[in-house]
Design a binder for this molecule. Sequence first.
Ligand code: AMP
Ligand code: MN
Ligand code: MN
Ligand code: MN
Length: 289
Amino acid sequence: MKFMAFVADLHCHSCHSDGTLGVADLFALAASRGVRLIALTDHDELSGLFAARQSATQHQIQMVSGVEISAAWAGKSVHIVGLRLNESHPALVGALRRAREERLVRAEAMDAAFVAAGIDGALKGARAYAPNPALISRTHFARYLVDRGVCGAVSEVFSRFMKPGKPGYVPHDWMPMASAIELIHAAGGRAVLAHPARFDVDATAGPEALIKAFADAGGDGLEVVCAAHKPPEWARYGALVRKYGLLASVGSDFHSPTESRVKFGDLPFLSPSLTPVWHDWPEAKALHA
Ligand code: AMP
Ligand code: MN
Ligand code: MN
Ligand code: MN
């Protein structure tokens, strides 16, 4: 069988977490942009996957289940994408429910931090931007503060208020990276380190220390092609994938038609020298048939 490349996108968000589109609109958009293999990867949340499966069938695109788990490594926040997992697995479901509950506690503390910075009603405002009341993200705070006129753009809310050391930032204890990998494996999935260039890792150790720790903890793959990476990073992370015997993934991290840097279908293909995370999945094989 001749190898045929297809457009895969294994990282995107719906309004079940901090995306702005419902699952039906998100998948309709992805399909219209030529995506053939997709994973919905909402933050710490699996509730969109039922609708995702229905939409994938409707648009005749291949879909695997997914999630983006918020985790911590060496005191920094990291994101681990879980792919093709059993979304009913009790340990995974329970851990993510706790993560969402802890997010609500953080959101209350952020509200108090904003009050101390002279901005009241931030949590009430953020909730109005969060269609899923169980999943409150910093993004919801950011959208509210933009619409209220406090900042001109979501990215400005992050840089002025919600990064470490800024007035609305509240440190948070995410689960250890190794626990996220373990949960994904327990649920039968593959663990992929999301957008590695985005992590604020110690400049001397660099991202390789994180990738080595991820591989040592049993992690399976890295996002090589994603919105956070430009050609130098494709090469750099491609080389690290080979060095550590990992699989390669692709994901736009799409959140919204107006906020996202990359549109569905616009990312380049993975280099043929890498083994894609989907290499042995029936959903991918169906696209070659
Ligand atoms: P949280 O998981 O609630 O801490 O929020 C993290 C989310 O905020 C990420 O998934 C991004 O969607 C968004 N985010 C983080 N940093 C930025 C930034 N500098 N500009 C815009 N969005 C950001
Ligand atoms: Mn997000
Ligand atoms: Mn992320
Ligand atoms: Mn994401």
